[in-house]
Ligand binder design. Structure first.
Ligand code: FMN
Length: 410
């Protein structure tokens, strides 16, 4: 994975830098941070060290580090130097080739691509000195993420705000690195595994779902660049990396966890096998064996999938249909009844679906469909994420306009 040296300069927008580091790390990049002296007025070295998991430097004259010429090592280590936020002062310094502190020296001593995200008061940004420096830097091949228009810390409104970390990360990955991560900047919420509905403190009703398919999908969405939140029922699977995780037990817990996290979600995938019914009464004490048969009364649980697909602003919603028979008929009925964008149907039974490493599915969307023959769930997950991404982009992306602040890239 790539090494990114994050430079932070003395702008009020430096408060966004720890979050920027966190998000870059979540995408698998190694991050080292260098601050200017002014930046230390806005954000602490301790915070940035904690989030980057690497020592933070600011002073060129650090005797210990420079005993081994660490500034040259840093300049060589970096694949990219991202300076966010970049002050007007720092733009001027690199435009004229200064090397009077650690960060400016690194910018001269590196072969890495330099990307800057200027942030300043709108009058400063409009100043011809700043604009001339911007042109010098562009002509030198430095990538500039132009600031956004909006409310500024000084109380005025205008162009000068540093874009949010999500935007900078997506820009870096998609426009600068040209890595094919089509879901960068998108949020995916995915449910996986079974639920457990208690009868008494000892017994519960559950199903044979292992969570393997949902976990494999979550990892593939992550690999496609999405910001993933997995809501998981009880499974024996290892904790997946680089994603948010909420463990739940009952269908009701799942419903609550999903709705707590559904805001701004672009794609919702319901891969969990949620209990349709739960016991009316959960006995406080263990039910003792009796002479007669025991009847447990069940009540219907609220449908998690429909509760999302029927939201006023619903994400691209993908359901799963696990059926023992009449697969296509039941899957199409579920697709229409629940107003889903897509349904992934699989046969379940002794040799299919649940708790297996392989799976075969039939996917339906609109009036179309596609069959995926039996294959390992991990490979299937990759193919399904590609298909979901393609259909999601067709449905949702057409509406979006290109943000204006990506025009400065050279
Ligand atoms: C509260 C405060 C906020 C500031 N915010 C910015 C800013 O957003 N952008 C900017 O270019 N300068 C800003 N400055 C001015 C810079 O901190 C100043 O020019 C400094 O010398 C920059 O040093 P550096 O470029 O080495 O980090 C601010 C100063 C103060 C006191």
């Amino acid at each position: 994975m790539k090494n990114i040296l994050l430079g932070v300069t003395g702008s009020i927008a430096a408060y966004k830098s720890p979050e920027l580091v966190r998000q870059l790390r979540a995408h698998g990049f190694s991050i080292k941070v260098v601050l200017t002296e002014s930046a230390k007025e806005f954000v602490t070295e301790t915070t940035l060290q904690a989030v980057s998991l690497n020592p933070v430097r600011s002073n060129l004259w650090d005797k210990e580090a420079e005993a081994v010429m660490n500034h040259i090592e840093l300049a060589r280590w970096a694949d990219y130097i991202l300076i966010a936020p970049t002050t007007a002062n720092f733009m001027a310094k690199i435009a004229r080739g200064s090397a009077d502190d650690l960060l400016t020296t690194l910018c001269l001593a590196t072969k890495a691509k330099i990307v800057i995200s200027p942030a300043m008061n709108h009058v400063m940004w409009g100043n011809s000195a700043v604009q001339e420096n911007r042109n010098i830097l562009l002509n030198r091949g430095i990538v500039i993420i132009d600031p956004e228009t909006g409310d500024q810390a000084c109380g005025e409104t205008g162009i000068g705000r540093m874009p949010e970390p999500e935007f900078i990360v997506a820009f870096l990955i998609n426009k600068v690195m040209n890595i094919d991560r089509p879901l960068t900047g998108k949020k995916v919420l995915i449910t996986a595994g079974p639920t457990r509905e208690s009868i008494d403190p000892i017994r519960y009703i559950t199903n044979r779902s292992s969570g393997k398919m949902g976990y494999a999908l979550a990892s593939e969405f992550r690999a496609a660049g999405a910001d993933v939140h997995l809501v998981s029922g009880p499974t024996n699977l290892p904790k997946p990396e680089h994603m948010a995780l909420t463990y739940i037990e009952t269908a009701d817990d799942m419903l609550k966890a999903v709705h707590k996290n559904i805001n701004d979600v672009d794609i919702f995938v319901a891969a969990a096998a949620v209990a349709d019914y739960r016991p009316v009464v959960i006995h406080k004490n263990k039910i003792k064996k009796m002479k007669n048969d025991l009847i447990i009364e069940l009540v219907k649980s609220e449908d998690v999938l429909s509760s999302v697909s029927k939201l006023e602003i619903a994400p691209f919603t993908v359901g799963f249909a696990a059926e023992t028979h009449r697969l296509k008929e039941y899957a199409l009925k579920k697709l229409n009844d629940k107003s889903l964008n897509m349904i992934i149907a699989n046969k379940v039974g002794p040799d299919h679906g649940f708790d297996q490493d392989d799976n075969a599915v039939h996917v339906f969307w609109g009036a179309s469909g596609k069959i995926f023959k039996k294959m390992p769930k991990k490979i299937l997950a990759k193919k399904l994420v590609l298909l979901i991404t393609e259909k999601f982009q067709i449905k949702f992306e057409q509406k979006k306009t290109n943000p204006s602040n990506i025009t400065s890239i050279r």
